[in-house]
Design a protein around this ligand. Structure first.
Ligand code: ADP
Length: 191
């Protein structure tokens, strides 16, 4: 299995690059943000609960997210592997991912971290908010809160995977095609 974590702050381009990568490498895409938004749209119990956190730019509690991810991975256990987009976002989620994959005799192959300046990110998110309909992209204070959560809770995962020799930094500014090419070059070196 090829299990790639696409990592980076909000607005780094994880969703855009994920959809290209799954096509090229025949992988299953797991975007926890997309799963939450789907549940919010359909007003499920999970969606109603997640919305309270997402609208404030906070993380959905680990236990909820971890259970959802475990279920998703187990339902797709026959696949060639996964692109994890927006997951893990805390060390506890990283531990959960390792456990779930280990039960399938698999593991994280690598974490590819998109590097983008914060000013560029805020502009991208506000721009996306004009058309995406996402409330969390339309308010600069919510965006700033998401960065704070990212810096406090999510960024330590870079070190966590670096210590396992799985961390790969990829330049995330420039054209979508150029970034995609760099990601593919990095993946082709580890498979
Ligand atoms: P972005 O990375 O651009 O902020 P996402 O679609 O990945 O967008 O996530 C949107 C929101 O969904 C996050 O701000 C958070 O509230 C929630 N969320 C997504 N993934 C997770 C996760 N792994 N753990 C907890 N909350 C999450």
């Amino acid at each position: 299995m090829l299990n790639i974590i696409l990592f980076g702050p909000p607005g780094a381009g994880k969703g855009t690059q994920s959809s290209r990568l799954i096509q090229k490498y025949g992988l299953v895409h797991l975007s926890t943000g997309d799963v939450f938004r789907y549940n919010i749209k359909n007003e499920t119990e999970l969606g109603l609960m997640a919305k309270r956190y997402i609208d404030q730019g906070k993380l959905v509690p680990d236990e909820v997210t971890n259970n959802m991810v475990k279920d998703f991975i187990q339902r797709n256990s026959n696949s060639n592997g996964f692109i994890f987009d927006g997951y893990p976002r805390t060390i506890a989620q990283g531990e959960n991912l390792a456990t779930v994959l280990r039960e399938m005799n698999a593991q994280v192959t690598c974490m590819m971290a998109l590097q983008v300046d914060e000013d560029e990110l805020v502009n991208r998110l506000l721009e996306r908010g004009k058309t995406s309909g996402r409330p969390d992209d339309q308010d600069e204070s919510i965006i700033r809160n998401r960065f704070k959560v990212y810096n406090d809770e999510t960024s330590p995962l870079a070190d966590y995977y670096n210590k396992q020799g799985k961390y790969i930094a990829v330049h995330g500014m420039g054209s979508i095609d150029d970034i995609f090419r760099d990601l593919c070059t990095a993946i082709d070196q580890v498979i």
